[in-house]
Design a protein around this ligand. Structure first.
Ligand code: NDP
Length: 453
């Protein structure tokens, strides 16, 4: 690490104490960027890095709501407007009890580079709340969403900031949020993405992140002349991203043997075929049940509950070729990374945001496996959100095939940017440098053009 990068990181840590996830996300990016600063001293002079780590705006607010028993409940809401150099702020909302300022800042920071990679004009943002939708009735979720939007609506807009879903925010929540925005502002605009098909949503948006992560993996495999045919895959999570990752892997001839939720994971050596995936979708999206039920419904399946005393996640300790972490941040630590390598895994495509710790990432890079970092591999979701914004603006809806073709084209383009940029900066095959630098250059040049703002 150069002296400049070290002093930048010291400053970030001192100014943003108790935000370890934000420090981690910044450190991973600025390490790649030291290669750029050697060739472009003008960025350093213009303090691009110092500016890019500072959100343009942070909004934090109280979200009061009433539960079904008539009790008053208070949660905290956030919106981080990180960078608008290349377009309106864009990024999801997360509802999860673990949500805090540092987690949302890490997500907003990553989003800036990811959105830049998609080729679409979108800045970076992220938001959410420490509200836990688990175990809440539909009416409670609605009252919470209405209260959340009553405050958020004054900060967002189709040309300013366009939120979407993330963990705990799916079609149901986007519907309640959109309804309240429309009611207060008296306008029907594309202020949120992930909307229902009848009211401005895009085909393929629910599928986009999972499909995109598999398309990205297929591109990585193609660099070695391989396809998904016959590959065994580990997938974590069982939400939106995980479900459509499984669907696309099956379609391309691979076999998925694991899924998880925050209570535990299932291992199904015969593979999660279309019929079993339909069961998971019904279980998770309609009944909102736990993944353990999969093991009760199908034979030959092992369920392993989470054991907090373990220093690793046993899901990553099975023989396989490819892994698709699709649950949450830091779900692969150094021990998990080593287990994956020991079990023959040579491709990782990150559906979740920052699922691998810095130590884990370094192991993957050392071993020169096909490692697709989140910024690149899971950009398909926000890319189709961008396409939803385009369709809203021209007041037309594209067919499933059209949107899917755009998605495939964008994932190929992101892959090419990563490969070409990594080569240009003398680290061939390093998708981390490729994604970080590729995403950074467009944003940095736009910031230079727009002066000191
Ligand atoms: P969902 O809420 O649909 O699903 C999340 C899944 O991950 C659930 O199975 C959940 O289990 C599990 N999970 C969440 N938190 C934890 C935790 N702390 N420990 C263990 N398991 C956990 O979210 P998504 O599928 O949308 O998001 C998954 C990941 O993908 C996130 O990192 C998100 O940021 C990222 N992502 C999502 C995009 C999208 O378009 N939706 C776009 C780009 C990235 P449980 O139900 O028990 O909580």
């Amino acid at each position: 690490m150069s002296d400049y990068i070290k002093s930048l990181m010291d400053g970030v840590k001192a100014k943003n104490p108790s935000e370890p996830e934000f420090h981690q996300a910044v450190e991973e990016v600025v390490e790649s960027l030291s290669l750029v600063l050697e060739r472009h001293p003008e960025y350093r002079k213009a303090k691009i890095l110092e500016r890019i780590v500072e959100p343009e705006r942070v909004v934090m607010f109280r979200v009061p709501w009433v539960d079904d028993q008539g009790n008053f409940q208070i949660n905290r809401g956030f919106r981080i407007e990180m960078n608008s150099a290349i377009g309106p702020y864009k990024g999801g909302l997360r509802f999860h009890p673990s949500v805090n300022l540092g987690i949302l800042k890490f997500l907003a920071f990553e989003q800036v580079f990811k959105n830049s990679l998609t080729t679409l004009p979108m800045g970076g943002g992220k938001g959410g709340s420490d509200f836990d939708p688990k175990g809440k009735s539909d009416n409670e979720v609605m009252r919470f969403c209405q209260s959340f939007m009553t405050e958020l609506q004054r900060h967002i807009g189709q040309f300013t900031d366009v939120p979407a879903g993330d963990i705990g925010v799916g079609g149901r929540e986007i519907g309640f949020l959109f309804g309240q925005y429309k009611r207060i502002r008296n306008e029907f605009t594309g202020v949120l993405t992930g909307k229902g098909l009848n009211w401005g949503g895009s085909l393929i948006r629910p599928e986009a992140t999972g499909y995109g992560s598999v398309y990205f993996a297929a591109e990585m495999l193609a660099t070695r002349g391989e396809t998904f045919e016959g590959k065994t895959c580990l997938v974590s999570g069982s939400g939106n991203v995980a479900q459509y990752t499984v669907e696309k892997i099956n379609e391309l001839g691979g076999k998925v043997v694991t899924l998880s939720d925050s209570s535990g994971y299932i291992y199904d050596p015969t593979g999660i075929n279309a019929e079993k995936l339909a069961f998971v979708m019904e279980l998770k999206n309609a009944r909102r049940g736990r993944i353990k039920e999969y093991a009760d419904a199908f034979s030959g399946v092992t369920y392993t509950p989470v054991d907090p005393s373990l220093d690793h996640n046993p899901l990553w300790d099975h023989k396989a070729d490819c892994a698709f972490p699709s649950a949450t941040q830091n779900e692969i630590n150094a021990k998990d990374a080593q287990n994956l390598l020991n079990n023959g895994v040579y491709l990782i495509s990150e559906g979740a945001n920052m699922p691998t710790t810095l130590e884990g990432v370094n192991l993957f890079l050392q071993e020169k496996i096909l490692y697709g970092p989140a910024k690149a591999a899971n950009a398909g979701g926000v890319a189709v959100s961008g396409l939803e914004m385009s369709q809203n603006s021209i007041r037309l809806s594209w067919s499933r095939e059209e949107v899917d073709q755009h998605l495939q084209r964008i994932m190929k383009s992101i892959h090419k940017t990563c490969v070409d940029t990594a080569e240009r900066f003398d680290t061939p095959g390093n998708y981390v440098n490729g994604a970080n630098i590729g995403g950074f250059l467009k944003v940095a040049d736009s910031m230079m053009d727009q002066g000191l703002v």
